[in-house]
Design a protein around this ligand. Structure first.
Ligand SMILES: Nc1ncnc2c1ncn2[C@@H]1O[C@H](COP(=O)(O)OP(=O)(O)OP(=O)(O)O)[C@@H](O)[C@H]1O
Ligand SMILES: [Mg+2]
Length: 345
């Protein structure tokens, strides 16, 4: 489509007969205004073409936001939903790596950016797609960064989606604010914490951020909660033992009994770290608790080899945990009433 604001210059001399021809500078400004307007219209359209928009945040870095964002996206997609994930971590984008898309390069068609397709057809957009090499540091000043975020929102051809999960860098700075101001009808934020009590403090910052923008807190996910171990039971001849009780010695001498499945597989979550920080935070601040994701060494491995734990082991303990979080999240989304006002703490 041609730019309707671009003005045909009737003479090569740079001016029309009345001397009203815009200068090159004016022309540039008008074109910028036109792109901005187009982008704003596209952003407005997203409010109806994307059913649920969910921001994933945490006060502290490294607690598992990207792991939870990708896990939620895949768990929702596996249930038949159309899902997109937007990796807003401009300086350290790692969602593509977790979804095996690290060599993807963006496809741009008539000024529209087409997202990559990950497992279960999850649509993915990330700054990583624009980087020459994955270890290239992105050092951007505020306004450029914010412009890029708006472009991510307005210029991407998401199509219609049931869920858009937005993964942020840690903290409550410019990025979430820009998204909150650019995208309409955001359902709310999901806060990721680790189980330690320090989680209380970190969660509080994210809760206050949401409240200051009059956004809903959809709930808290406690990540790295308990230690997940899995195994396969067999007898001395190597025959798999299905539907058999396996005893696992946990910390403090506690014995856990689990029953193997049809293939002799078993999994158990052991409380080797302190747990309950996320749940306590949700009680203290009267926000929903969405559930726990165990500490699962397989998550680290799958982050490295690009096959998400949910895909690698669809019946595994982490996949089950994500399914539970998604179930709770959907209950909140369905019953969401905006008048649950919280005090700013
Ligand atoms: N439940 C888990 N069990 C085991 N390892 C995990 C779990 N969740 C996350 N990790 C690992 O912890 C590291 C940090 O996770 P992730 O990148 O998801 O955190 P983040 O909060 O997005 O980090 P950042 O603040 O840098 O964006 C990764 O190596 C990831 O594989
Ligand atoms: Mg991250």
């Amino acid at each position: 489509m041609s730019n309707p604001l671009s003005i045909h210059n009737p003479s090569d001399s740079g001016g029309d007969s009345k001397g009203n021809t815009p200068s090159a500078e004016q022309q540039k400004q008008m074109e910028a205004a036109y792109s901005q307007m187009k982008r704003r219209m596209a952003m407005e359209k997203l409010s109806s073409s994307i059913k649920h928009k969910i921001m994933v945040m945490s006060g502290k870095g490294g607690v598992g936001k990207s792991t939870v964002s990708t896990g939620l996206a895949l768990a929702l997609a596996k249930q038949g939903n159309k899902v997109g994930i937007m990796d807003i971590d401009i300086t350290g984008p790692n969602v593509p790596k977790m979804l095996g898309l690290e060599n993807h390069r963006l496809h741009v068609d008539e000024g529209r950016i087409h997202p990559a397709k990950g497992p279960s057809d999850v649509k993915v957009i990330s700054m990583a797609f624009l980087l020459e090499a994955e270890d290239t540091p992105v050092v951007w000043r505020g306004p450029i960064k914010l412009g890029a975020i708006q472009q991510f929102i307005g210029d991407v051809e998401w199509g219609s989606l049931d869920y858009l999960i937005i993964d942020f860098p840690p903290g409550t700075s410019d990025e979430p604010l820009t998204v909150a101001q650019s995208l309409q009808n955001i359902d709310g934020i999901v806060i990721v914490t680790t189980p330690q009590e320090i989680a209380l403090l970190d969660s509080r910052k994210s809760i206050n951020f949401a409240k200051s923008l009059k956004m809903n807190v959809l709930g808290i996910v406690e990540n790295m909660s308990g230690y997940s171990i899995n195994g396969t039971a067999s007898d001395t001849e190597g025959n798999l033992l299905s539907n058999t009780v396996v005893k696992v010695n946990g910390p403090g001498g506690k014995v856990h009994e689990v029953i193997t499945d049809d293939q002799g597989k078993w999994g158990v979550s052991l409380d080797i770290f302190k747990t309950g920080g996320g749940e306590k935070a949700s009680q203290d601040y009267s926000v929903p608790f969405l559930g726990r994701i165990p500490f699962d060494p397989g998550i680290v491995r799958s982050g490295d080899d690009g096959v998400h734990r949910i895909i690698a082991e669809p019946e595994g303990i982490s996949a089950v945990a994500f399914t539970e979080v998604v179930k709770n999240l959907n209950e909140i989304l369905n019953s969401n009433n905006d008048d649950s006002e919280l005090e700013i703490i």
